[in-house]
Design a protein around this ligand. Sequence first.
Ligand code: SIN
Length: 284
Amino acid sequence: MADTAAQPFHIEPSPGGVGAFVHGIDLASDLSSNTVGVLRQALGDHCVLFFRDQKLTPDEHIAAAEAFGEINVNRFFARLLTHDKIALVVKEPGQKTNIGGNWHTDHSYDQIPAMGSMLLARETPTRGGDTLFANMYAAFDSLSEGLKETLCGLRAVHSSRHVFGADSAYVKGVNGRIGNPELATQDAVHPVIIRHPISGRQALYVNAGFTLHFEGWTEKESKPLLDMLYAHAARPEHTYRFQWAPGSIAFWDNRASWHYAVNDYHGARREMHRITLEGEALGA
Ligand code: SIN
């Protein structure tokens, strides 16, 4: 059990519906096993942790991520030339399509989805380029008891094909930044309502990016209910909009949150370094 009384940093819930800010910590030097335990629990509780002014080298970024688990090198993202454990999330001034510009949670197309990602801002536009986060515990908790009961009996099929496969308009739009379309072969089935591995709470686990349909239902049959759930989960009271500056980090848990990179900074450059961590199979 982590000793929270002795911690030199403090955790402040965001003013929105998801996430918490961690103040008074240097991720390059302060990650004792006790601190990692406290932060892991906080991640499970708050869904996303935000850090400011982290002056991490790429090696320190990797070390900070590895303190929380094994790194999952995403097979589609371009990587930092010098550090292939770091995925590059870049939009150049001449590019129009950004990476992650819709509500999604990463890797739900894997049968063992990644736990989360530690995204570090290297270069940010002077205005715009925020990321929205949404709370999937709140999305579940605020449904009616009747719909909760129905959803608890369902599983959903997720896929990477339509997003990262060769025919995807998105892959064409992010030309060169996303690759390996031949590896977009995964389909996975997960409970629609999962039991979160850290917090033990129930969370909604479908997302507009990767979920195709409910198991045993057609896409046409699934769409109205999925659309209703997507609109419900993205309600403002479930969300928080994070403003980046170089050195900011968002460390999110894919099982408890969605994210959405806002694409409102055409003509400016934004460079983020993402490290993704392995997760575990999800149960109801
Ligand atoms: C992502 O979806 O991983 C990118 C998020 C961001 O760039 O804000």
